[in-house]
Ligand binder design. Sequence first.
Ligand code: AHR
Length: 506
Amino acid sequence: MTDATARLDSHADIADIDPRIFGGFVEHLGRHIYDGIFEPTHPTADAHGFRQDVIELVKELGVSTIRYPGGNFVSGYRWEDGIGPVEQRPRRLDLAWHSTETNEVGLHEFQTWLDTVGSDLMLAVNLGTRGTQEALDILEYANSAEQTAWTDQRAANGHPEPFGVTMWCLGNEMDGPWQIGHKNADDYGTLASQTAKAMRMLDPGVELVVCGSSGRSMPTFGSWERTVLEHTFDDVDFISCHSYYQEMGGNAQEFLASGVDMARFIESVVAIADAVAATKKSEKRIMISFDEWNVWYLHNEEGGQNDKPEEKGWPVAPRLLEDQYHVLDAVVFGDLMITLLQHADRVRSASLAQLVNVIAPIMTEPGGPAWKQTTFFPFSLTSRLGRGRAIRVPVDAGTFASEKLGAVATVNAVATVDDEGVTLFVVNRSTTDAADLRVDLAPLVAALGREVAVAETHLMHDDDMYAANTLENPERVGVRTLDATLEGQTLAASLPAVSWAAVRLA
Ligand code: AHR
């Protein structure tokens, strides 16, 4: 048993939490759209063909803004293929995922789905095979209130009112050699700057996200951000970060350090953005849109790729990237959410990649059930309880040695304060020792001027850290209550090894 001591002081402010930090990401990829959210023959399908069982789960997940339509897919996408009468829409080959895209779902259908689930749209434009003009076309189509050829088409297609999309991504992962239309930082920065300026001329209200690196381990990481921001600093609001984590070589302890890698990624990008600001003598602060993050078993143990879409021909909606998540994954995932909240001052938007069937918290079977993966629980709880202001909670519990990251704190925590209460999110990253957690609430009680009580607790842990929910056993793993007590003004709880917990104080 490790001693873990902390104090909760509501003055230890990080920042107000932007609700867009609880965003998601839906890409035309595998069975995400087709056979995932859209399955007209499913018994629960609504009049538009959307699965209502999935809609209910997405609502419960609590996703604020949803990035669409990709991902790698967007770099070869013609958005006009997805508007107009469905029977006239072209079938196209999607080079990114080696699939056939039927275009049955496009901008209008996706907006209809978003209206039902209660989330906002965040659009990515194609800066791979296309450029500024096509970005302006979709912006005019989506946002203009003037009468033009594009807005006439929008009205004819059933949406006279503008969609009013605020957040726009200037391409996707343009630093990645796998990206269609991959560019060097100077070329991309020039194109992104020109496109951003033109988009603002059309709609000054847009918030623009320029592509950062596809990961901290990219060979161009750092220099990419600096060069791209030197071109685009005055034109954009956000720079993106993407990061995926997985257990390799059966080394769960190393995997449990993933939150620290994410923190260093964020802090490095902030440092670079602020260095560019300094050279420009600017007070402007570029924010981070962490618009792809998750656990993803992308690589096999030999370092190759697990899914090889090119070996499957050109199918419609193939089974791709259908990772099954276990308890250990969910604990790491919960820690990634803690890390995002710890950086709420600069991470003002984030998108869990992805939502349904594709590296997703929600799984479906065609004609069959939908169920929650283990990662569903930390997301839905953090989204529901992690509102208001983020508060720093340093925990004294010792460290373990990570091969890649050096000394890593064994217990990691953050708290949030809103009008109705306070939530503590905490993870025990040890694979061997439970943590005897004692949190001094005296500074919080003094600041609030009243006592607090434990209102609800949630624990993600299992004696088998590789337990998962499956089609056959969809409720094998869930959250249970954590035995948390108040001893005077001290919150006490025992956190099992490899566990994530949320404690709500009212
Ligand atoms: O989320 C899956 C893929 O990961 C996205 O299409 C791409 O942007 C990233 O490499």
